[in-house]
Design a protein around this ligand. Sequence first.
Ligand SMILES: Nc1ncnc2c1ncn2[C@@H]1O[C@H](COP(=O)(O)OP(=O)(O)OP(=O)(O)O)[C@@H](O)[C@H]1O
Ligand SMILES: [Mg+2]
Length: 279
Amino acid sequence: MTPYVEPSRREGASPQPALAPRVTLENVSKDFHSHQGKLHVLDSVSLQIGAGEFFCLLGPSGCGKSTLFNIIAGLERPDSGQVLVDGRPVTGPGPDRVVVFQDGALFPWLTVRGNVEFGLAMRGLPRAAIRERAMAVLDLVRLSRFADACIHELSGGMRQRVSIARALALEPRILLMDEPFAALDAQTRNVMQEELQRIWAQTGQTVIFVTHNVAEAIRLGDRVAVLSFRPGQLKREVSIPNPRPRLSDDPRLLEIRTFILRDLRADVHAAVEEELADE
Ligand SMILES: Nc1ncnc2c1ncn2[C@@H]1O[C@H](COP(=O)(O)OP(=O)(O)OP(=O)(O)O)[C@@H](O)[C@H]1O
Ligand SMILES: [Mg+2]
């Protein structure tokens, strides 16, 4: 097998997305102040995410992925630098960016359909349009049969489908996902990765997907940005040119996985050491 060569190092290949930039990060830095003192979490992170791109943000636990994610979502402010969406600076959350978290954050007192319809009702859409759009996205995530089910009747994978449907119903230009499958068992996670590839192919949305799982990042992403541990800097961007749908055991993916794992080894060690030191 020929050794893996980063696309950006291949002759003629461009490290930047060929698509028009949807999200631009310019020198984003962030510190937190905790009981341990000042924590320099993000250090001058600059990158571009193309319109319609599936972009994965990868890095060891505690490296600042969620912090960067929250800054893009507008839930957190950077200390310096800025985020632009379609050329306009982000100053807070907005309808162009919808977030899916690890736990789904569903309303347990509403049905599946009620959860999906909630955000649409908040936007003041007419009743019939709300119903129609909710059913269309439930169909997309293959949950139409469960429209009237209660949340507690659903498995973890089904709950995550509801939260994806709820986000898609709002038709955001950017879908932000922070470790959405981390709480699922390995088999369900595998199915959800397949499903997300299918859904993304149908919607063509820009997706920013955060994970600490290398296999997941390279299976899903057009591009994977790797963050280093403390301070979180953009260590590397890797383009994944493999055709979709991608299988988890694709040998070409395994090669890229080994490459990234080797690259991240020292950062993962540093992250684990720090977690152990905290105990
Ligand atoms: N509001 C906060 N106040 C103080 N420290 C914080 C705050 N939020 C995050 N941190 C710290 O900043 C660092 C980065 O946290 P962050 O949640 O962004 O990491 P992460 O890469 O998402 O980790 P994980 O993979 O475990 O989700 C961690 O050390 C965390 O403890
Ligand atoms: Mg996180």
